[in-house]
Design a protein around this ligand. Structure first.
Ligand code: F3S
Length: 290
């Protein structure tokens, strides 16, 4: 069984298309992504072959680097980074996912209205770092505790969080309601593609005897899919490419399901599926068949 909602999501596909089109349509000039464009080393290598390098910070662009273009990945960047690029005259190609942009503008306008913004997500993830920056000092990671004396609180989520986590966190805030708290607003900033992908992953894991989750080892959303699958089907493996498949895993197994993170290109998924078919002699079916 192969997930119908696995692989590139809308925002990642858009970012990758923007990057490839930029090389194709521009005169040769230095081009960089700020951080790897997506959490998939094979795609990052492809981009490098096309001449798009990776920098970790704008400070790496010195005077001798011509007329550079910097591509912003789908996770977005902190507000200050865009400001710095503007001040230094660095051309920006903004491939921030529109769903991430929506979350950023919600945080920005809530901060302007005097809310304390609780961000549910992985503190060290670039998307979350960028979201926090839009709070202009009034946004903080939700760590399960609400400071006393706060009057207006709002909660937003990293786009890739499971909906259950947001529901749980919102309940925790409600349970810690104090006399001071006059208002609590919850914004569902979880991207629909994440929810659909995670639901299908869970559904596949319930039907499969073995689950393969394909995606970069450093891809948070792939890791989360693997977690969801593993909680249902302990025989779950997170791999990056078909070469990591161990034929021994398939012994005595009838149904294998394959899904992939939002930063996994179709060609990698196809190779994984083809290798499984080659090793097992099985047939392919798409979807969880609900
Ligand atoms: Fe955007 Fe959702 Fe993908 S927020 S980058 S479409 S997972």
């Amino acid at each position: 069984m192969v997930a119908t909602h696995g692989g590139f999501c809308f925002g990642v596909k858009r970012a990758v298309d923007i990057a490839f089109k930029a090389v194709k349509n521009s005169e040769p000039r230095p081009m960089f992504t700020l951080g790897p464009l997506i959490h998939n080393p094979q795609v990052v290598e492809q981009l490098e072959r096309e001449g798009i390098g990776v920098i970790q910070s704008l400070s790496e662009i010195g005077g001798g680097k011509g007329d550079p273009v910097v591509i912003i990945r789908s996770h977005g960047v902190p507000k200050g980074t865009l400001k710095e690029a503007k001040e230094r005259g660095i051309e920006i190609l903004d491939a921030t996912c529109p769903f991430v942009k929506r979350a950023q503008s919600i945080v920005e306008s809530l901060a302007g209205e005097g809310y304390l913004i609780l961000v549910l997500g992985d503190e060290f993830h670039p998307e979350v770092q960028a979201l926090l920056s839009y709070g202009d000092g009034n946004a903080t990671i939700w760590d399960g505790t609400l400071s006393q004396g706060v009057k207006k609180v709002a909660m937003v989520s990293q786009t890739t969080q499971p909906l259950e986590n947001l529901k749980r966190a919102a309940r925790e805030v409600v349970e810690s309601l104090s006399r001071d708290l006059a208002e609590f607003r919850v914004f569902n900033t979880i991207c629909e593609s994440t929810t659909t992908r995670q639901n299908e992953c869970a559904s596949l894991a319930r039907k499969a005897d073995l689950m393969i989750v394909v995606g970069g080892a450093n891809s948070a959303n792939t890791g989360r899919l693997a977690e969801i699958a593993r909680s249902i089907q302990p025989r779950t493996y997170h791999i990056e490419t078909e070469d990591q498949l161990d034929p021994g895993w398939f012994e005595g197994i009838k149904r294998i399901a394959v899904t992939a993170g939002a930063s996994t290109p179709d060609w990698i998924i196809e190779r994984v599926v083809a290798r499984i078919v080659e090793k097992t002699g099985g047939s392919i079916r798409y979807g969880a068949g609900n």
